[in-house]
Design a protein around this ligand. Structure first.
Ligand code: 2HG
Ligand code: ZN
Length: 478
């Protein structure tokens, strides 16, 4: 009975499935609203979770309740899968049969907003978009921003160290996190809700939990840094002479003094894909070799600075066209184009989707090596490279030929594509997993590409913080 549910893991004790007795214990700890069972789990679960096989979902309403649940799970050897908005790309919340989904959705309070201290304290289940709005209301800015911010939760964003559109200027989730409150795998509450920028009190354990994808502990609340609200954000879409000029243009803008906060590339075919569903118009010539969306955080003189720099780039031929948004509505439309590229990839269905980063100076050579490598491999499959070029993070997608489905792709093409994208990124001192994490889908790549000493250290950390192996079993390290 037991063996068919959770697999034994080397070095870890066997996990048990949730029995009726254990479910009753969890319900006893959380009250009747706190446990959802069987078919009732799905409606409570955001998209992505239906692929889960778990039949039990705990919905705690406080950190104390999370601790209580974790103590029960440790005693009973139950696998726990912490669940935020389930907007990830690597299956990190796909709960195996017999495990407990731990939804943080009820813990969505904004506990405090403190403009004088430049921070906000939020519970893990608070939507990123709600925290951003609260910061705006206080005339401040929460600098983390990505496509799924309307459904992603703060806890998940921290647990996955989400990156997104403004990492170029403000870093990823870990860079705006000042403190956390977490529950350990044996159910102890750690209050690390500090509110300061400088804090060198020994090992930085908060950074160990950030990006650990729920495999070490459960993040229940956090203090996030707030930045001054930019006076204005000025957005432009430009047509590039080639993918190869991307970083040169970024450096020209920065060199002229522009505070570039977002620099998104639409590689060859990327903008056309965004426009495919016919719902938007191209602001610039769609047939250009590549395009970029640029945003600068601006004061009064910034618009003319941007325009002058783009005019120079036009003269030198680096770009062939540029449109600077004249209104907030137009700026929003430019950003919709960016999101529409991701939607277009979803519509086409993908054969393979890599999330890599390379040092900025290597980006052009990296892309041309990938294109060269694909010439022999890809056949009619379409290659779309796009994303956060300004911080070196590209999303490389291999889409089926028009009118085909991913299933019709040549056998093994996905594996060959990943090998090409990953080995070239590693060769250039980059990363094969830039912002989406490891989850369940990138584990073999981790075992293959990571330095063996680094992997061994990761295993020791996992073992030290989760000796029973109950935290998100089967994610990152098996
Ligand atoms: C984005 O930047 C997301 O839109 C998804 O990270 C990227 O894999 C993708 O297409
Ligand atoms: Zn992205």
């Amino acid at each position: 009975h037991r063996a068919s549910l959770c697999k034994a893991r080397s070095g870890y004790q066997m996990l048990n499935p949730i029995s009726e007795r254990i479910a009753a214990r969890i319900e006893g700890a959380l009250g009747p609203r706190g446990l959802v069972e069987g078919e009732a789990v799905a409606p409570h679960a955001p998209y992505g979770v239906p692929a889960s096989q778990a039949l039990h979902m705990a919905r705690p309403s406080s950190t104390a309740e999370v601790a209580h649940v974790l103590r029960i799970c440790a005693e009973e050897r139950i696998g726990v899968v912490p669940l935020g908005g389930a907007t990830g790309f690597v299956g990190g919340t796909r709960a195996p049969q017999g495990t407990l989904l731990l939804s943080m959705a009820r813990m969505n309070t904004i506990r405090a907003i403190e403009p004088a201290n430049g921070c906000i304290e939020v519970e893990a289940g608070c939507l990123l978009a709600n925290a951003q709005a609260a910061a705006m209301d206080a005339s401040m800015s929460l600098s983390l921003s990505f496509g799924a911010e309307g459904s992603a939760q703060i806890g998940g964003a921290l647990a996955t160290n989400a990156g997104g559109f403004r990492a170029l200027r403000f870093g990823s989730a870990r860079d705006i996190c000042l403190g956390i409150e977490a529950v350990t795998s044996d159910g102890a509450i750690w209050n690390g809700l500090r509110k300061v920028r400088k804090d060198n009190t020994g090992y930085d354990l908060k950074h160990l939990l950030i990006g650990s994808e729920g495999t070490l502990a459960v993040i229940c609340a956090a203090v996030l840094r707030l930045d001054p609200k930019p006076v204005q954000r000025i957005c432009a879409v430009v047509a590039l002479q080639s993918e190869g000029v991307t970083i040169g243009l970024l450096r020209q803008l920065q060199g002229a003094g522009a505070v570039v906060s977002a620099f998104e590339l639409f590689g060859e075919g990327g903008l056309a894909l965004a426009l495919e569903d016919g719902s938007a118009m191209a602001p610039v010539n769609v047939d250009a070799a590549a395009h970029a969306l640029i945003e600068i955080d601006a004061d009064a003189g910034s618009r003319s600075l941007l325009e002058a720099t783009l005019a120079k780039a036009l003269e030198s031929g680096i770009i062939s066209d540029a449109v600077v948004a004249q209104s907030e509505a137009q700026r929003a439309r430019f950003w919709q184009l960016r999101e529409a590229t991701t939607d277009g990839i979803g519509r086409a269905g993908w054969i393979a989707s890599a999330d890599v980063s390379v040092p900025l100076g290597e980006l052009a050579a990296y892309l041309s090596d990938i294109r060269e490598g694909l010439k022999q491999e890809a056949g009619a499959a379409r290659f779309i490279a796009y994303g956060h070029a300004g911080d070196g993070n590209l999303h490389l997608n291999l889409l089926p030929a028009k009118g085909e489905t991913p299933e019709q792709a040549p056998v093994g093409l996905d594996a060959r594509f990943y090998r090409l994208c990953y080995s070239q990124a590693m060769r250039r001192s980059g990363s094969f997993s830039a912002e989406h994490g490891i989850g369940r889908t990138k584990m073999s790549a981790l075992a293959h590409y990571l330095d063996p000493v680094e992997l061994a250290l990761m295993k020791s950390v996992k073992h030290a913080l989760d000796p029973l192996g109950i935290m998100n079993p089967g994610v990152i390290i098996d």
